[in-house]
Ligand binder design. Structure first.
Ligand SMILES: NC(=O)c1ccc[n+]([C@@H]2O[C@H](COP(=O)([O-])OP(=O)(O)OC[C@H]3O[C@@H](n4cnc5c(N)ncnc54)[C@H](O)[C@@H]3O)[C@@H](O)[C@H]2O)c1
Length: 386
């Protein structure tokens, strides 16, 4: 692999919400972590004027409307695919086959067939030393790292129940314009794929458990919407998704997601109840973790609020500020991209801390099973999809 020491060339496809988030993080990585040095080479989009403006703003050497130019550019080591879901497979597979370390945004793929093709390409490029990652960024929230540690060290005992609620009100307003996110052919799904994909990955990451069967329910509340030009389109994605996910050990998790949860913005709440204790995480208070232990004296038992900001005790905090100086949403993307670059330059595995394309496939299987379950009104065994 032709890396130039700690310098890693970046090619970014997309300059929307996520292209902007990743670009801003790459600009700060060397400053914050002092190891890998990302070199922002090319950013790609579909509109020449906009992509040139994005290149200037984020300090890329160039902007292009031809993302394919990245494939044979020797200055580019890492390709980041932040396009809508319908181009996750084709662009990521092309990048992997061109010998680029590849990051793709979530949801991993449009469907299970695409996800399997992406994993085949990832396995082949992995044998040549190229890394892959799915941007499940919540794996890099210090408080959620603490939750994983508490679970794996037995602090809450045997898990009885796992509950996740990822909700917002982005679609409550009937006049909010139609976008690619409401078209199943471009997005692959709605609340199920956009929000619950994160929650599915969190369930696997925090507990180490694999889902064996699911029962799913999906709902679209507003059947059609006008785009910004006034053209009316049918809404073909779900606006709410509820999953009962049975684990291999027979336990059931509930994962609820909604884009019409009036009054909520981007609320991710996870509650885990075990034989010895409990954990609550709420993204609105993302620097904190609530922990309950039955080992505490009865008189003072109750959820305690831990500020997961102790530099010597909590993941990533040594790179930031003294205790109690909180981090924000973009910091977990920074941590994720730092981890990826460290794995690239030091030839270390992305897993278990980062989500690989294999994790993307596991998540996509559950999404596919939920869609089948909703259509058939039956439990679906994941084994039937393999
Ligand atoms: N990890 C997270 O927290 C998170 C948050 C939001 C979105 N996402 C994911 O990121 C992806 C993008 O979402 P977004 O909100 O940034 O979308 P967006 O609409 O804001 O941006 C999409 C970008 O992709 C570009 N694009 C589309 N097709 C292209 C092509 N063929 N060639 C070059 N550029 C192309 C567009 O020009 C645009 O710049 C989605 O998969 C979404 O689910 C992840």
């Amino acid at each position: 692999l032709l890396l130039r020491g700690k310098n890693v060339g970046i090619g970014m496809i997309g300059h929307g919400f996520m292209g902007r988030a990743h670009s801003m993080c790459f600009n700060r990585i060397a400053e914050v972590f002092g190891s890998a040095v990302p070199e922002l080479v090319t950013i790609a989009g579909r509109d020449g004027e906009k992509v040139r403006a994005a290149a200037t703003r984020h300090r890329y050497i160039q902007g292009t409307t031809q993302w394919e130019e990245m494939l044979d550019d020797p200055r580019i080591d890492v390709v980041v695919n932040t396009t809508p879901t319908c181009s996750h497979a084709a662009l990521s597979i092309a990048a992997l086959r061109a010998g680029k370390h590849t990051i793709v945004e979530k949801p991993f793929a449009l469907n299970l067939a695409e996800a399997k093709d992406m994993v085949t390409a990832a396995r082949e490029s992995g044998q040549k030393g190229f890394k892959n990652l799915v941007a499940f960024n919540y794996r890099f929230v210090p408080a959620l790292r603490l939750a994983r540690q508490l679970i794996s060290t037995g602090a809450i005992g045997e898990i009885y129940q796992y509950r996740s609620v990822y909700i917002g009100d982005r679609h409550t307003d009937r006049s909010s314009p139609y976008t690619w996110r409401m078209d199943v052919a471009q997005a692959g799904g709605g609340a199920l794929t956009d929000l619950n994909s994160h929650a599915i990955d969190m369930l696997r990451f925090l507990t180490g458990q694999e889902v064996s069967s699911v029962l799913g329910w999906l709902k679209t509340f507003i059947a059609e919407r006008a785009d910004e030009q006034g053209t009316v389109h049918p809404v073909t994605i779900d606006e709410a998704a509820v999953i009962l996910a049975q684990w291999d050990n027979g336990k059931v998790a509930t994962l609820e997601a909604s884009r019409v949860a009036t009054g909520y913005k981007n609320s991710l709440r996870i509650e885990i109840h075990g034989s010895e204790g409990g954990i609550i995480f709420d993204l609105a208070r993302g620097n904190e973790l609530q922990f309950f232990s039955r080992k505490d004296p009865l008189a003072v038992q109750g959820f305690r609020t831990i500020s997961a900001t102790e530099p010597s005790a909590h993941d990533f905090l040594k790179y930031w500020w003294p205790r109690g100086h909180n981090l924000g949403w973009e910091h977990n993307h920074l941590h994720m991209l730092h981890h990826f670059l460290e794995c690239v330059i030091n030839e270390m595995p992305i897993e278990p801390w980062g989500a690989t394309f294999e994790d993307g496939l596991r998540c996509q299987e559950i999404i596919e099973a939920v869609k089948i379950s909703h259509a058939t009104k039956c439990w679906v065994e994941l084994a039937t999809l393999r």
